[in-house]
Design a protein around this ligand. Structure first.
Ligand SMILES: Cc1cc2nc3c(=O)[nH]c(=O)nc-3n(C[C@H](O)[C@H](O)[C@H](O)COP(=O)(O)O)c2cc1C
Length: 363
C-alpha cells in the first residue's frame, strides 16, 4: 500500500496545489532569481513543478513566436496554471505591431512580464530575422519595445547577449542597451557570452564563447538606473548570492533544470521568505501528484509530466536509480502516477541505494 496521502483530482485548476502562488497582480514580484526560458524544457508542466520548489523565483515560458501566437492555438501556446505566478512570457519576433498585439494577448492572459528574445542564435530564428541577430538592429528592437510598452502596462524586458559575431565591443553593447532603454525597457537580462551566428549550433553557443561577467558588471556600473539581470553558467545559490552583490538579479537555466532542488533554499536566501525552511523533496512529490492526476485525466501523457522531475534527487544516494525508474517506467503504455509513488517510497526505504536497509516510508 502506498504511504502517500494522495489527494483526489479536484477538477479545479487552482485546487490541488497546496502552495499558493505569489500573485503578481500588483507587480510586486522581484527578479532576484529567475529560471531561464528554455525551449522544450520550461513548458507549463516544468514550471508548475519548479513552483512547488520555490514560490518567489520568477519563471519564464519557452520562447513563443508572434507568428505562432497570431495564427496558432493560443491556449496551447500560452496556457498556464494559476499557481505559476510570478510568470513571464518570452516572445520571439521583430515586427512592432505583431509584438504589441501578442504582448496585449499575453497581458490579457495574466502574464506578469513580457520579455523579448534578442539572444537566440538558432539558424531558424535567424531566417526569421529575430533573436540574437537583432542585436545588429538596435533601432528595430527599440521600435518593438516602444510598441509593446504602449500596448501593455506589465513590464516589458529584453533578454540579450553581450554581442554577436564581430559586433562584440563594449561600445556596441552600450549603444544597443541605451537605444532600447530609451524606448521604455528598464530591465535587461544579459547572457554573459557573445553568440556566433555562423558556424556554431545553439548548443555550442551556450558553451563555446567564454563567459564574460565583467562586461555585464561594467554595464551595470555605467547604467545603474537600469535593472540588470545576469545569466550564463551560474550553478549554485552561493554563486548567485555573490553576483547579487553587484547585479539586480540572476537567471539560472540548465543548472535549475538538471538540479531543480537547488531552488529549494531560494525563497529564504534570496527573497527573505520561507521561515519554515525549504520543502522536502517528498513534500514536493506529494504536491505534484494531484497535478499529475489532473493532467492525466485531461489526456496528458505521463512522460510529458515526469520528464521534468528526473533531476529532483540529483547528486543524492539513489538519485540515478530514481531517474532511470521514472524515465523507463513513464514511457510504458500502462504508465500511471503510481510510478512516482513507488519510486519515491523505494527511495525513502533505501531500496534505490542497493543497501536494502529499510528506513520506513517518508509519509
Ligand atoms: C534547452 C535550452 C533551450 C533554450 N531556449 C531558450 C529560449 O527559448 N529563449 C531564450 O532566450 N534562451 C533559451 N535558452 C538559453 C537560456 O535561456 C540561457 O540563456 C542559457 O542556457 C545560459 O544560461 P545557463 O548557463 O544558466 O543555462 C535555452 C537554453 C537551453 C539549454
Amino acid at each position: 500500500m502506498s504511504a502517500f496521502n494522495v489527494r483526489p483530482p479536484s477538477g479545479d485548476p487552482a485546487g490541488p496545489l497546496a502552495v499558493p502562488s505569489v500573485t503578481a497582480d500588483t507587480q510586486q514580484f522581484r527578479r532576484r532569481l529567475s529560471v531561464a526560458p528554455m525551449m522544450d524544457w520550461t513548458d507549463r508542466h516544468c514550471r508548475f513543478f519548479l513552483r512547488l520548489i520555490s514560490r518567489h523565483t520568477l519563471l519564464y515560458t519557452e520562447m513563443v513566436t508572434t507568428a505562432a501566437i497570431l495564427r496558432g492555438d493560443q491556449e496551447r501556446l500560452l496556457g498556464f496554471h494559476p499557481a505559476e505566478h510570478p510568470l513571464a512570457v518570452q516572445l520571439g519576433g521583430n515586427d512592432p505591431e505583431a509584438l504589441a498585439e501578442c504582448a496585449k494577448i499575453a497581458e490579457g492572459r495574466g502574464f506578469d512580464e513580457v520579455n523579448l528574445n534578442v539572444g537566440c542564435p538558432s539558424p531558424r530564428v535567424q531566417i526569421g530575422r529575430f533573436g540574437a541577430c537583432l542585436m545588429a538592429e538596435p533601432e528595430c528592437v527599440a521600435d518593438c519595445v516602444r510598441a509593446m510598452c504602449e500596448a501593455v502596462s506589465v513590464p516589458v524586458t529584453v533578454k540579450t547577449r553581450i554581442g554577436i559575431d564581430d559586433r562584440d565591443s563594449y561600445e556596441d553593447l552600450l549603444h544597443f542597451v541605451t537605444t532600447v532603454a530609451d524606448a521604455g525597457c528598464g530591465t535587461f537580462i544579459v547572457h554573459a557570452r557573445k553568440a556566433w551566428l555562423q558556424g556554431l549550433s545553439p548548443k555550442e553557443n551556450r558553451q563555446a564563447p567564454p563567459l564574460r561577467y565583467e562586461v555585464v558588471r561594467r554595464l551595470k556600473s555605467d547604467l545603474p538606473q537600469l535593472e540588470i539581470v545576469l545569466n550564463g553558467g551560474i550553478q549554485t545559490l552561493d554563486e548567485a548570492e555573490q553576483h547579487l552583490s553587484w547585479c539586480d538579479g540572476v537567471m539560472i537555466g540548465r543548472a535549475a533544470y538538471h538540479n531543480p532542488y537547488l531552488l529549494a533554499e531560494a525563497d529564504r536566501r534570496l527573497f527573505g521568505q520561507g521561515d519554515l525552511g525549504p520543502r522536502t523533496r517528498e513534500e514536493i512529490i506529494e504536491d505534484f501528484l494531484p497535478y499529475v492526476q489532473d493532467e492525466l485525466a485531461k489526456g496528458s501523457r505521463l512522460h510529458a509530466l515526469t520528464r521534468h522531475i528526473l533531476g529532483l534527487y540529483h547528486a543524492t544516494p539513489g538519485g540515478k536509480r530514481w531517474r532511470r525508474h521514472i524515465s523507463e517506467g513513464a514511457s510504458r503504455r500502462d504508465a500511471a502516477e503510481t510510478l512516482l509513488l513507488d519510486a519515491a517510497n523505494a527511495l525513502a526505504a533505501g531500496d534505490f541505494r542497493g543497501d536494502q536497509t529499510r528506513r520506513g516510508s517518508f509519509c
